[in-house]
Design a protein around this ligand. Sequence first.
Ligand code: SIN
Length: 479
Amino acid sequence: MNINNTVLLKTDAYIGGEWISKSSKFPVYNPFDGSLIAEVSDCDRDDVRLAIDKAADAMKVWASFSASKRSRILKNWYQLQLKNSKDLGHILTVEQGKPIAEAIGEIKYGASYVEWFAEEARRIYGDVIPGHASNKRITVIKQPVGVVGAITPWNFPSAMITRKIAPALAAGCTVVIKPSELTPLSALALGQLAEEAGFPPGVINIVTASKPAEIGEELTSNPKVKKISFTGSTRVGKLLLKQSADQIKKVSLELGGNAPFIVFDDADIDAAVKGCIDSKFRNAGQTCICTNRIFVQDAVYDKFLLGLENAIMQLELGNGLEEGVNVGPMITKAAVQKDIELLNEAVDGGAEVRMGGRALEGQFMEPTLVCNVKPSMRLFSDEIFGPVAVMYRFETEEEVISLANQTEYGLASYFYGRDYARIWRVAEALEYGMVGINTGMISTAVAPFGGVKHSGFGREGSKYGFEDYLNIKYMCWGL
Ligand code: SIN
């Protein structure tokens, strides 16, 4: 791999401050050409147990540090991520496929969570409540929940780790991370930088493994783990939630989405087209907040369609490391196949593929535009997770709100329009955790990222992002 700081290329697990090499390895492939990039240590249940023990021991040290000491170490880690952003971005593109500019963008985005929570570490305030009797006083403090199990996805191999563990670490928790088996190298590179930043041994542990179910079972059943944070599919999220029930663990879940993107007749159409491209084709359509259903009001339908077609034509498919490429490969051949199945089913039911629609050699899916899709089709109800844009025509506000909410998911939603009264009405009526108004880009460390309904619960980022990592304790003082 062509990077400057080769020490970032780790292939062993990181447990208790040591790099643990296992005789059993699993392969990591470049999704662009299928070439083997690394053989990574394949941990088993005993290794996770060890990592949990190390994290539990390290809690005593880490939670006892002053907030400003934890903050300083987090700041070091943030600065190291920025300093190495090109190399980290390169590793990310090679194992995940997204274009290099997007990959470096992800590194900076991920690092911004570390910066934000390094600052917030010093502001975990308690409270003094007027007592309920003249001889009573009440104080409230917040304490770290304990060891956190973080299970992270392949679509954001770096930022989903920092987004989970920066608040955990700032709060005084220690962590055991299970990165996706498809993209473990970005996680291990972060581990290397964490070691350089000065985190004591055992505060951050990274367990690489090819059998996620076994690792998930240990994290959810081990009584030393007090909280599970998961980003991934709704199916796996439900399983982890069930498994965590026996131990009454705190759980945060950031699961699937089915984002509506609504264009009203008073919208700035050029801006709406740009926002749609940003939110639909980012990461080749493989983000939980990608636009999944584009609803356009009758009067501006043709104008928007023309603009979208022109913009899709400009998209350059290819190797994410090459200049000018803005849509990379999909993560696996199975992911391409799933999109093709959804398309075929829709076409059989009368949908019209206006652009693209084909699987290309390797793991590529052509940027695709489909119209005449019906709400009964899976293209409407399923998370597409690929570069397939689907357009629907609507007439009234009531109709589009009802269509937009006709899904079990509730993560991100977007709409474009100018009438401020309608903007309020629509923003309030959308059953989603996040609403982009005249923008297709809503992700930032300073806002609470998360969903409702089957998209999960818990928030990541902002002051709300702390709450899942802190227990509230109230003290009643008798005088
Ligand atoms: C996700 O797909 O879950 C994360 C997207 C983001 O943070 O922007």
